[in-house]
Design a binder for this molecule. Structure first.
Ligand code: ADP
Ligand code: MG
Length: 335
């Protein structure tokens, strides 16, 4: 015998359909949460979309915690970071994550002929561009700060970091933020989030689309404070920009910024800004810094060595150069 008579069964089925319908309706109107915090010396904004069944608040909080953890591991300034401990040792075992970041950085260093250089810690110290008292060092100070730096000064042997000399000072400032963004996205994914944007001061990684549409991301104009170079339509990728317009000081009409040319020890002069798209933010971050140093021509050649990466390099003269696939991503462009 059936447990329900016919009318009761119809009522039950109608109820099930109504609940299912409501859930469907709910998921087509996803909740949106956006939160910001200051981390890694910049404003980090996390946006997530999802149905009420996903713990959105908790996942965003966990993603921020993850960025905090990576900051503590990689910071040039925090005393207990892997890097600070490295200052005193010739060779040292580092955490697997720090080793992985350094391995990616070394790959970009090799591909860029040393333009990406994680051994410029002493140079960062003498210029103090990001500190309260940036200064123009004497040429001798710059020469001295370059001692112990350069390609080959930092080697990875398994999980050990080996420095060529006690003067080698490691700085992951050009790559660690990208890794932190990637980790935040992984934490969100694990929590079940399928649509998100993690934006750390303009370095972005996207997860999925935005309400069924690609995300629209504007690219800052390097010489117009409230102007944009254009807007991209992208999803599920990382987009990182390195420019000379955010962290800099001027002296006698010359702009001194935080992206150094390892060959000279002075801020690189070949570009105004570089925007790189790649699958991960860690790769995009290192490539953007390297391409900035190289300038439009060599920079585009570098990006072509990394399958899946695309980019745009604004040269010192303000003229942009592009990788072949970049045009497809542009929704709108200033002229
Ligand atoms: P931002 O941190 O402003 O997003 P970048 O990702 O380009 O910009 O990183 C800039 C930081 O990278 C500098 O503050 C410094 O710590 C480090 N850096 C500077 N010059 C180089 C270089 N040639 N190679 C690798 N890292 C660099
Ligand atoms: Mg970078």
């Amino acid at each position: 015998m059936l447990p329900f008579n016919r009318p009761a069964l119809i009522v039950v089925l109608a109820l099930v359909a109504a609940i299912f319908g409501l859930r469907q309706w709910g998921s087509s109107q996803p909740e949106e949460i956006r939160k910001s915090r200051i981390l890694m010396d910049t404003v980090v904004e996390i946006t997530v979309f999802g149905s009420a069944s996903i713990p959105l608040q908790e996942s965003v909080d966990a993603a921020f915690k993850e960025i905090e953890r990576i900051e503590a591991l990689t910071s040039f300034f925090q005393e207990k970071s892997d890097l600070s401990r490295l200052k005193g040792a010739g060779s040292m075992e580092v955490s697997p994550e720090t080793a992985a970041i350094i391995a990616t950085g070394l790959e970009v260093a090799a591909a860029s002929g040393g333009a990406f250089d994680m051994t410029l810690g002493k140079l960062k110290d003498v210029w103090q561009i990001e500190g309260d008292h940036p200064r123009l060092p004497q040429p001798e100070e710059i020469k001295e700060a370059l001692a112990g730096s350069g390609f080959g000064a930092l080697v990875l042997e398994g999980g050990r970091v080996v420095r060529s000399s006690p003067e080698t000072s490691i700085d992951l400032g050009g790559i660690a933020k990208g890794y932190a963004i990637d980790r935040a996205i992984e934490v969100l994914k694990k929590a079940g989030v399928e649509h998100a944007a993690v934006n750390a001061g303009g370095d972005i990684r996207l997860l999925g689309d935005r309400r069924g549409q690609p995300w629209r991301i504007a690219i800052q104009h390097p010489r117009q404070q409230n102007g944009f170079l254009g807007r991209l339509l992208i999803q599920g990728v990382a987009l990182v920009t390195s420019g000379d317009y955010e962290r800099f000081f001027e002296k006698d009409g010359i702009r001194y910024h935080h992206l150094f040319d390892p060959r000279t020890g002075y801020p690189a002069t070949a570009s105004q800004s570089v925007t790189v798209l790649a699958d991960t933010a860690v790769v995009a971050d290192a490539l953007a810094t390297a391409a900035f140093v190289l300038g439009p021509q060599e920079g585009i050649a570098l990006l072509k060595k990394f399958p899946g990466s695309e980019g745009m390099i604004v040269g010192a003269d303000g003229k942009p150069a592009y990788t072949p696939g970049f045009g497809k991503l542009i929704e709108w462009q200033s002229n």
